[in-house]
Design a protein around this ligand. Structure first.
Ligand SMILES: C[S@@+](CC[C@H](N)C(=O)[O-])C[C@H]1O[C@@H](n2cnc3c(N)ncnc32)[C@H](O)[C@@H]1O
Length: 369
């Protein structure tokens, strides 16, 4: 297997810069944020470590090849010559997805089909083996330049493995971690999520505060590739575990709903941070500050469409009253797609980031302590 790869960490729109900072903190050279993710270079070690340690990436892709192409016979011929045997075993069921912009070949279904047949040819046309896990292959045509990548992650990276139970409208783990980083929270000040739902935000905060790698407990697509180096993976697990540290400040999570709280507690236990989070069942309006200062982050419910959240305004008013009153010494932040709901808090806010969440563009509103 060749030693150096062109890699790409896919992110939610808005988190590219944060993910690039994570890669630099891991010590990777050649980190380049682009729309939708971050390009970087590296060998197997960097590929494994990116999957293990990145908190904000959705998946990590490996570039298999790229070439100029304006017709299907060329696509087939050039594609069949690429080193697919490094990433897939003969008989691996393939999921091939294609996208095309500004190119002569535009029919994404036919592009995907051609590539699937070419990969099959490159691997010796073996019969599909349903016992092997599916491998995702992504093709992008941009102005007649064709780029082919394989996904090294498998299940999306926000699936850390701890959230087996979830409620309606949970925050993606990658987004929760990204919000903490956008807000510059480093684990040294107390943190409270007063509408914690299934607990994603306090759990990601606990993982971040203790420097625990989010991917320690799960499997990845690269583990099924030929030449997988289990020894290298084990060494990386030891390396990241040696970098863990105790939490420096308390983390609090509360919610009005008893079922939500029970789910959050169970999820935190599975994530191995059960003892680091203080949970409480309480309505927002009844909260008292558990510490003299800190960061309050809320992910309140919001209407699906702009302007559809009229009935939610009282809740946002409560949030504003809390931050003006008992939590006046705390920094505050919340996520909402609707500026009218932010205005209902009655407080001035900065927009710290615009992020993609559940198919919506949401703003991260922030006011420092
Ligand atoms: C969008 S969900 C939060 C999802 C959470 N971030 C997650 O990842 O699962 C909103 C939460 O606010 C809670 N909630 C609604 N009104 C509340 C209130 N007045 N006080 C406390 N919690 C409330 C709901 O029970 C729900 O769990």
């Amino acid at each position: 297997m060749k030693k150096d790869f062109q890699l790409f960490a896919v992110t939610t729109p808005g988190l590219e810069r944060i993910c690039a900072a994570e890669l630099r903190a891991l010590g990777f050279p050649e980190v380049r944020p682009e729309p939708g993710g971050v390009a970087f270079g590296g060998a197997l070690r960097e590929l494994y470590l990116a999957n293990l340690a990145l908190r904000t990436a959705s998946r990590v892709l490996v570039r298999v090849g790229g070439f100029r192409c304006r017709d299907f016979p060329t696509l087939f011929r050039k594609c069949a010559r690429l080193p697919w045997g490094s990433f897939t075993r003969p008989g691996t069921p393939l999921q091939v997805r294609a996208a095309s912009h500004g190119s002569r070949l535009i029919h994404s279904g036919r592009i995907a089909e051609t590539v699937a047949v070419a990969i099959g040819r490159a691997l010796g046309d073996s019969a599909p083996d349903p016992a092997l896990p599916q491998q995702l292959v992504l093709i992008r045509f941009e102005n007649d330049e064709c780029l082919l990548s394989v996904d090294s992650s498998g299940e999306l990276l926000h699936r850390r493995g701890y959230r087996t139970e979830q409620l309606e409208a949970p925050l993606r783990e990658t987004l929760a971690a990204g919000i903490l980083m956008v807000l510059g929270w480093d684990g040294k000040t107390p943190l409270l999520d007063p509408m914690a739902g299934s607990g994603t935000f306090p759990i990601e905060a606990a993982l971040l505060a203790t420097n625990r790698a989010p991917g320690k407990g799960r499997r990845f697509a690269f583990m099924t590739w030929p030449h997988y180096r289990a020894g290298l993976w084990e060494a990386l697990l030891k390396e990241v575990s040696a970098g863990e540290r105790p939490a420096a400040a308390p983390i609090f999570g509360s919610d009005l709903d008893a079922a939500a709280l029970a789910t959050a507690v169970a999820n935190a236990g599975r994530a191995g941070v059960g003892d680091l989070i203080h949970w409480e069942r309480k309505p927002l309006a009844a909260l008292a500050p558990p510490a003299p200062g800190g960061l309050l982050f809320a992910n309140p419910p919001y209407g699906k469409r702009l302007g559809s959240g009229e009935d939610l305004k009282p809740l946002y008013r409560e949030l504003g009253a809390l931050l003006r009153g008992p939590f006046a010494a705390w920094g505050g932040a919340f996520l909402s797609p609707d500026p009218a709901l932010a205005a209902a808090t009655g407080l001035p806010w900065q927009v710290a980031a615009e992020l993609g969440h559940g198919g919506l563009q949401v703003s991260l509103y922030f006011r420092p302590a």
